[in-house]
Design a protein around this ligand. Structure first.
Ligand code: FES
Length: 334
């Protein structure tokens, strides 16, 4: 059974199956609605159901409060239609960001390499190229019917090969159970994408701070390489990459080489546990030291929830305001 979803205020009408989420149906028709986690926990996709009925699905009680349910709000990444529906959402992305419909893709594992302890680089060769914005992520189908989100580290210039960074997590179905166990070059995988509102804003011309920890580097690397392909875009870009020890600092050669040849790029590794010739400390601490005043920048943060919230605090203390900060509350997909 399919139902008609009308999306206000633009008045677009699309079809959505009963077993499909409203968000999925919209994204596949190229109607971009805000979303981040895609599994009912972050609240980013909250929309108002003006008419009709939806099954609220697995919406977290923290992300969608009882009172909001009573007032007709839904998390459309988990809500499914139970009849024709009219909803009101915050359609289309701001600031010159392209909208690319979500699609399903078949791919082959092009390469799979250990690039740091418990971190692998997975390069997938797609049957059809994917269009996406630097910073967005894909949902990888994992054996057993699961899906896991991973940010794309490569750039849209070659959408037929995408690079992902995966961190092993103990007993994780995607990592321990698959990518770190028996996935190998040549294997077939399926995925969908692109997802997410965390993407490079081409119209913002301020100097850029890119702040990542662990494999939160992936979407930031996509942005940097995208700018590099463009000859730098005229903005100063400073990357902080927070990891525990020197061995965890993957892709260091690329960033050091770029720093040496590009006057617009600065690379600042932040090691929380090592003594080495470079600086030690977590990203928020080094940032606070380097930028007592951060106003006039635009910042992109991607890392563990703690790292993201501490970095937000450091930036706001330095008088950078939320409208100039983009964040990906990523967690290493297990
Ligand atoms: Fe996170 Fe829907 S609750 S995108």
């Amino acid at each position: 059974t399919t139902h008609t979803i009308r999306v206000e205020p633009i008045g677009a009408e699309i079809q959505c199956r009963e077993d499909q989420t409203v968000l999925d149906a919209c994204l596949r028709e190229g109607i971009w609605l805000p979303h981040a986690c895609t599994h009912g926990t972050c609240g980013t996709c909250k929309a108002q159901i003006l008419d009709g009925e939806v099954d609220l699905g697995d919406a977290s009680p923290y992300a969608l409060l009882e009172s909001e349910r009573d007032e007709g709000a839904a998390l459309i990444c988990v809500a499914q239609p139970r009849g024709d529906v009219v909803l009101e959402g915050e359609v289309d992305m701001d600031e010159g960001v392209g909208v690319h419909p979500v699609r399903d893709f078949r791919a082959r594992v092009d390469s799979l390499d250990e690039i740091a302890p418990d971190v692998r680089r997975l390069v997938l060769a797609l049957e059809e190229p994917m269009k996406f914005n630097p910073g967005q992520y894909v949902l990888l189908d994992v054996p057993g019917g699961h899906q896991r989100p991973y940010s794309i580290a490569s750039t849209p210039a070659d959408g037929s090969k995408i690079e992902l960074h995966l961190k092993r997590s103990e007993n994780g179905v995607a990592t321990d159970g698959w990518v770190f166990r028996d996935l190998a070059a040549g294997d077939e995988v399926t995925l969908s994408g692109p997802y997410g509102r965390f993407s490079f804003r081409p119209l913002r011309t301020q100097p850029i701070l890119l702040l990542g920890s662990g494999t939160g580097l992936a979407p930031l690397k996509s942005m940097i390489r995208h700018l590099d392909e463009d000859g730098g875009g005229g903005q100063q870009v400073t990357l902080y990459h927070g990891v525990a020890t020197k061995d965890d600092l993957y892709d260091r050669e690329y960033f050091e080489e770029l720093e040496a040849r590009a006057d617009w790029f600065t690379y600042r590794p932040a090691l929380s546990r090592d003594d080495w010739q470079g600086r030690s400390g977590r990203v928020p601490a080094l940032l606070a030291e380097d930028y007592p005043r951060a106003g006039g920048h635009v910042a992109y943060i991607c890392g563990s929830p703690d790292m993201v919230s501490d970095t937000m605090k450091a930036l706001m203390k330095a008088r950078l305001f939320p409208r100039d900060i983009y964040r990906e509350d990523f967690f290493d997909s297990a």
